[in-house]
Design a protein around this ligand. Structure first.
Ligand code: F6P
Length: 375
């Protein structure tokens, strides 16, 4: 194990990286961390492309001008990577062409020492925090900042990026509604979220979807058809269905779009929207179309709430660092700013509970979840 001389709260130089898939609000966190750090004389070293940049030694000093004018900009000025894992880094292939992996955590710590980095701020999801906790166990003072549009990180009740994704998905539901009404159609909008239905639930409610389908509530086609038919028979011009990419039939499997073998989570979901629209049209006779929102939900300008949340969490990360309270992930719980053990999200996903108040509210106002439950 590399010997470390990291000490807090006297750190003079910190590193910052963004790992995993990007999301709106990352730049708000980077800006908050860098501005707060510079304000108290701490130098910030930006590590490019997540842990990959740390493994490859790609680091640069971030000055005030680097974070100027980025609050409203999507993506991350540092770049990100959702395939690099310092505990399992591909270093070559053997004679049979099989990949050889090695733990390069100590080399990464060597890179931090070479750049004089005394503490690390890691902005990412469960994969990024799992690796961050490994660095913490080796003595590196780390503060994690949770991000993802999926809102599924254990330990915090909200992640920045989520509200921007919901705004994008809601706008899409509003926009397809006009064609649905004009043409007496059922419109299916497929949203992201991995195994969590947060985006589908919130956008579905905000966009007045008639049916919301999410991974936590397996559905049956018959119940979806019943809602579409009931609406047609009641003289409604259209039906709007908001389906999470991870939604699945009762007793069925999620629809996998592809596998990314080099990624810590190789499964990429997608395709349930197409399946659903085709089945609705074939089996009910109601003309149907589908729209897959994909990465439109991860891109573009963050909504104000995500800029605020990113700023709050970034500044809190610096507060913890100054207090020497490291090995923590900043979080929101019961609406309050707090922090939890850095390893909290490792290997977990925060899913929507069946008794979530928003599910109950939606059921009470007649929204169907495809499970036949009627309130
Ligand atoms: O975790 C964020 C997310 O956008 C998920 O909602 C989605 O399933 C996945 O990432 C897509 O990953 P990629 O950008 O690798 O296709």
């Amino acid at each position: 194990m590399t010997s470390l001389a990291f000490t807090c709260p006297t750190v003079r130089r910190i590193g910052i990286l963004t790992g995993g898939g990007d999301c709106p609000g990352l730049n708000a966190v980077i800006r908050a961390v860098v501005r707060d750090a510079l304000h108290c004389g701490i130098t910030c070293v930006g590590i490019e492309d997540g842990y990959l940049g740390l493994i490859e030694g790609r680091c640069r000093i971030l000055q005030q001008q680097d974070v100027s004018g980025i609050l409203h900009v999507g993506g991350t000025i540092l770049g990100s990577n959702n395939k690099s894992n310092p505990a399992r880094h591909k270093v070559g292939v053997d004679a049979a062409g099989k990949a050889i992996y090695r733990d390069v955590l100590d080399e990464c710590i060597g890179t931090l020492e070479k750049h004089g980095v005394e503490a690390l701020v890691t902005i990412g999801g469960d994969g990024t925090h799992t690796a961050a906790a490994m660095f913490a166990r080796k003595g590196v003072p780390v503060i994690g900042v949770p991000k993802t549009i999926d809102n599924d990180i254990e330990g915090t009740e909200i992640t920045f990026g989520f509200q921007s994704a919901v705004a994008t998905a809601t706008l899409a539901l509003d926009q397809v509604r006009t064609t649905a009404d004009s043409h007496h159609r059922a419109m299916v909008v497929e949203v992201m979220g991995r195994n969590a239905g947060w985006i589908a639930l919130h956008a579905g409610v905000a966009g007045a979807a008639d049916v919301i389908l999410m991974p936590e509530v397996p559905f049956s086609l018959e119940h979806v058809y019943a809602k579409v038919r009931d609406r047609s028979e009641a003289g409604k011009r259209s039906s709007l269905i908001c389906v999470s990419e991870g939604a699945k039939l009762q007793g069925g499997q999620q629809v996998v779009a592809r596998r990314v073998e080099t990624s810590p989570d190789p499964i990429r979901l997608g395709g349930i929207g197409k399946f659903l629209a085709e089945k609705i049209e074939d089996d009910t006779g109601v003309e149907s179309r589908y729209t897959i929102l994909g990465h439109t939900q991860r891109g573009g300008t963050p909504v104000a709430a995500d800029r605020v949340l990113g700023t709050l969490l970034g500044a809190h990360a610096m507060t913890l660092l100054r207090q020497g309270r490291v090995g923590r992930m900043v979080a929101i719980q019961k609406g309050q700013l707090t922090d939890v053990d850095l390893a909290t999200p490792a290997g977990k996903q925060r899913l929507v509970q069946a008794e979530d108040p928003l599910i109950l509210a939606a059921r009470n106002i007649g929204t169907a979840f495809g499970d036949g439950v009627v309130m």
